[in-house]
Design a protein around this ligand. Structure first.
Ligand SMILES: O=C(O)C(=O)C[C@]1(C(=O)O)C=C[C@@H](O)C=C1
Length: 326
């Protein structure tokens, strides 16, 4: 199951555009990017970290950045999410879902009993926690800057007794063999990636199947503040897709809320909700409205939004009849 988002023509990335992503060749990020024909045809700019990917977009070396942001087993990829929330002024313009299959890879001729150390990107290692406990209990876990970097190091530097966790693609690119396939702890392992661009690139056109992401910074830590935020959505029948609190890094116990919900800022009901939040919050950061990946969810809410637009038209009709006081 590879779920593709299908951007309208105007929102496809042109082949002369540069897309920065986590490298080197053979990362899951590259696999996800290659599910998108327009991104696969664009100029690739592999980087060594999420921060470098996003910095490349902000300083103009890349037109777009492509990063993992959420995993079905591990939750948010906080190193990327925090960058978007706190460090960068970038907009999400697309999301892509990729099923993730982890492989234990080692130089040809290695047996499982020879493995005393496992090298990988920590998010990937964490997805295999139960498998490692059951099959390689007590082995040393080492961190690399990405899964494919781990595979490259094991293939080229041959550290003693070391296997890598990564993609089958990286295994064949760098010449490692698969010691064990499908070692992730849950079979429905999916990672969500986002394509980001500078705000000047604008917001993608609504498709009728969209998501919006925002960050709510509260004015004060008082009872009911989260209830107040959520109430704005429930009053308008807007479905939340994800709600996460993250420390603002300003003071212990001070949190902001990252909210993903169905709909596009072009929808009147969404705009109205954002207006009310903007009035009440200390700061409201708009992370983007973009086509939602997958088939379930946002389409279900269209009837409610159509009803809201009809109600808006009804009010506008009444207001047009208000007498001019002059
Ligand atoms: O290291 C990689 O291969 C990546 O693309 C990064 C990453 C992540 O950060 O979540 C991407 C997908 C998988 O969930 C594991 C690792």
């Amino acid at each position: 199951m590879v779920v593709l988002s299908c951007p309208p023509m105007a929102d496809r990335v042109a082949p002369d555009r540069t897309v920065a992503f986590l490298g080197p060749s053979g990362t899951f990020t590259e696999e996800a990017l290659r599910t998108q024909p327009d991104l696969a045809a664009a100029r690739p700019l592999p980087q060594r970290s999420f921060a470098q990917v996003l910095a490349a977009v902000e300083d103009g070396r890349a037109d777009f950045g492509f990063v993992a942001i959420e995993n079905a087993i591990e939750g948010s990829v906080v190193a990327a999410l925090d960058q978007l929330v706190f460090e960068r002024e970038l907009l999400i313009v697309r999301e892509v879902l990729l099923p993730i299959t982890q492989h234990l890879l080692a130089p040809p001729g290695t047996a499982l009993a020879d493995v005393s150390r496992v090298l990988s990107f920590p998010v990937a290692t964490a997805q295999c926690r139960a498998w490692l406990g059951a099959n390689l209990a007590g082995v040393e876990e080492l961190a690399a800057t990405s899964t494919s970097e781990a595979v490259r190091i094991v293939a080229e530097e041959r550290p003693a007794g070391t296997a890598a966790i990564g993609t089958a693609l990286a295994g064949s690119l760098y010449g490692l063999e698969v010691l064990a396939a499908g070692i992730e702890d849950h079979e429905h392992n999916v990672t969500r990636f986002v394509l980001v661009a500078p705000p000047a690139a604008g917001v993608p056109a609504p498709t009728g199947h969209d998501k919006t992401s925002i960050v709510c910074f509260q004015s004060a830590d008082r009872p009911g503040s989260l209830h107040g935020i959520l109430g704005q959505f429930s009053a308008r029948d807007i479905n939340l897709v994800k709600l996460e609190s993250r420390p603002t890094k300003q003071a212990l116990g001070e949190y902001c809320f990252i909210v993903d919900f169905e709909g596009h800022v072009a929808d009147e009901v969404v705009a109205d909700c954002l207006r009310d939040l903007h009035v009440t919050l200390r700061e409201l950061k708009f992370l983007g409205s973009y086509p939602a990946a997958g088939e379930s969810g946002p389409r279900r809410r269209r009837d409610a939004r159509d009803a809201w637009a009809a109600a808006d038209g009804w009010i506008a009709g009444i207001r047009r009849t208000i007498h001019d006081p002059a």
